[in-house]
Design a binder for this molecule. Structure first.
Ligand SMILES: Cc1cc2nc3c(=O)[nH]c(=O)nc-3n(C[C@H](O)[C@H](O)[C@H](O)COP(=O)(O)O)c2cc1C
Length: 148
C-alpha cells in the first residue's frame, strides 16, 4: 500500500481523496494499536515512510493517529539499528497526538539475528519483540477501557 500513495500534497487531499490514502486512513483508524517498523535511509526516515506519516497526519488535529497507541522500532544490517529514524519518530509523533510507548527499540546487525532459511528472529530478539507487543497490547487495552 505504501507504494500506491502519491506524494502528499494538500491540493490532492480533497474530494475525491486518492483511494490508497482513504484505505490507509481507514486501516489505521480501526486499529487498536499500531507498530511502526522502519529501516533508515541516509540517516533518516525513508521517503515513502515519511509520506505515509504525512497522509496519516491529516486532517490536522483530527486524524487517524490521534490518541492511538503506537510502538516504534527500527532495524538495519549495520550496527546503528535505524536509530535516527526511530528517534525522529519518537520526537515527532507525540507532537501530532500519538501516544507512543516509551522505549526506543533499535535492532542493529539484524541480518545476524535472523535465521537465513526462515527469516525467524533468534530467541533473544523474539523475546524483545514479544515484550514490545505485550506492552502495546496493554496500552491498547487501557485506551479501549478509557473510551468505553
Ligand atoms: C538509499 C539507502 C540509504 C540507506 N541508508 C542507510 C543508513 O543511513 N543507515 C543504515 O543503517 N542503513 C542504510 N541503508 C541500508 C538499509 O538499512 C538496508 O538496505 C535495509 O535492508 C533497507 O530495508 P528495506 O529494504 O526494507 O528498505 C540504506 C539503504 C538504502 C537503499
Amino acid at each position: 500500500m505504501i507504494r500506491d500513495l502519491p506524494y502528499y500534497d494538500p491540493d490532492i487531499d480533497i474530494d475525491p481523496v486518492p483511494a490508497a490514502a482513504v484505505e490507509l486512513r481507514r486501516r489505521l483508524a480501526q486499529a487498536d494499536g499500531i507498530i511502526l517498523f522502519t529501516p533508515e535511509y541516509n540517516f533518516g526516515l525513508p521517503g515513502g515512510f515519511k509520506n505515509l506519516i504525512d497522509w496519516a497526519s491529516r486532517p490536522y488535529g483530527n486524524h487517524c493517529l490521534v490518541g492511538k497507541p503506537v510502538a516504534v522500532l527500527g532495524s538495519s544490517p549495520s550496527g546503528g539499528g535505524a536509530a535516527k529514524s526511530v528517534t525522529y519518530l519518537h520526537t515527532v509523533l507525540p507532537l501530532i497526538g500519538v501516544e507512543l510507548l516509551d522505549e526506543e527499540v533499535t535492532i542493529g546487525n539484524v541480518n545476524k539475528l535472523l535465521d537465513p532459511a526462515t527469516g525467524s528472529p533468534n530467541p533473544e530478539l523474539a523475546d524483545q519483540l514479544a515484550s514490545m507487543i505485550a506492552q502495546l497490547a496493554a496500552a491498547a487495552a487501557a485506551k479501549k477501557a478509557q473510551l468505553t
